[in-house]
Design a protein around this ligand. Sequence first.
Ligand SMILES: [Zn+2]
Length: 566
Amino acid sequence: MSLALYRKYRPSVFADVIGQEHVTVPLSNALSSDKTHHAYLFSGPRGCGKTSSARIMARSLNCEKGPTPTPCGLCQSCKDLVANGPGSIDVIELDAATHGLVDDARDLRDKAFFAPVSSKYKIYIIDEAHQLGPGAANALLKVVEEPPPHVIFIFATTEPEKLIATIRSRTHHYPFRLVPPGVLTAHLEKICKAEGVEVAKGVLPLVVRASGGSVRDALSVLGQLLAGAGKDGVSYDIAVQLLGFTDGALLDDAIDALAAHDAATLFATIDRVIESGHDPKRFTADLLERLRDLIVVDALGETSANSILRDMPDDQLERMRTQADRIGTASLSRAADIAAQGLTEMRGATAPRLILELICGRILLPMSDSTDSGLLARIERLERVENIAPMPSVAVPAKSTGGGDTKKVLPVSSEQLTEKKAPPVSSEQQTVKKTNVDAMDVAGLRRLWPDVIENVKKRRRLTWSLLSASAHILGVDDKNITVGIANAGARDSFVRSESDEILRQAFIEVVGLDRKIEVVVDPSVTPNTPAARAVRVDESPSDVVQLSGAALLARELGAQVITDKK
Ligand SMILES: [Zn+2]
């Protein structure tokens, strides 16, 4: 088997380390001016060159002509320490991840005082240094505190804050970073050329995206693609499939539907995304990326955009030009904001599809006018909630108890949802929204009553039992929510137990409505009221409330509809 690309193209001098100039330049300067230190800490994400740089540092220090940033490459030490070379007896690599290194550290402490065998320095490279156990760290500390002049330590770690402070404080710290896409793409291009493999336009950006900025990951992905390359090299389609990116056609369909305000097609496309086994999160990320690309095309025009969107195939670029024109600058920017926010919401969510649909709904609605029958019909078909203003408290998906479109969700407290997420609202808009809350009809509130009751149940069992089978909502105004309770006994218990505060809190959390609770005796409440029915349904073992995605959607949309109509 041929050498993995990452090893094959491992740098041997600092000048060949890509994307880490903020580290390699000062290190090179220190080497040139012979101002080296006895302990270094190289930190940063995995696969971005820490260990390679540690070896280069060792090579630069131990070159016969060193310390020098340009090791001669001819002396024995340089030959031993070249990338993939045999290594040197005076450069000792230890991996703290393996066993905490207690024995090794003691051994090191004892041997460190012996002079190097054939080089200037005895250099210890300690990888995954944050995993040094306390025993090993203490054994090392002694040497790191008062090192013999011929000893140099290089600690490498992804988590510098976990390295014990007494060691960390004695190091010069150099933080490595993920490599920017442009730099990484150029690097990959060079390697493809060196390997003599043709790579279709658009493939390398996919590789860069898949790597997340890690050189090691990028080369491992590229290696996989090159290994499977046919006579004509690596095609875009193969790369898309192998790397699990969303089929471009699905993205095109979604964007075209957005441009046409065609809700039916958009939701049908989401259906296809799921049906074809794509991950909704991945699709959302790809959709966001596409919106960003469209913004670039829109802002720069096709020709200049090409320099930013490296290697985009020409036909794709042309298609995107049309899409950008049809959607328009403001709508593109807004859509990207919504998608980005949705992507954040998806983290840890058990119903990512639901959030994907919400995202699309949010993007669509303000662009469509209120007679857009397709979208409204969809919302109406699914919604359980309407006229609910988007107060801070909105239910988000929690424990999933089964598949299907409708996920079970728990209402969450407002702390879990940052208000911050909503765009800043002018006081004028605030007034509009407030009016909406005030005008909220009893029907809307009643639809949420089962959810409120369920919330009450979590807060206090007594209040729940007083309300569950024998109470309903009689009215709501800008001060009070009036609740009718079947008999005076229950009403009195409710008041005495200060259950009104419990109910008030439940309304705040579930509906986002803060009102004083008024209770009156209302003998008309019968066990057949919706509340009672809901409670019976809720006697299932699950303690979660059923709320459809569309209900959430409708809640979220409340503000936008109003803002737009304004
Ligand atoms: Zn040399």
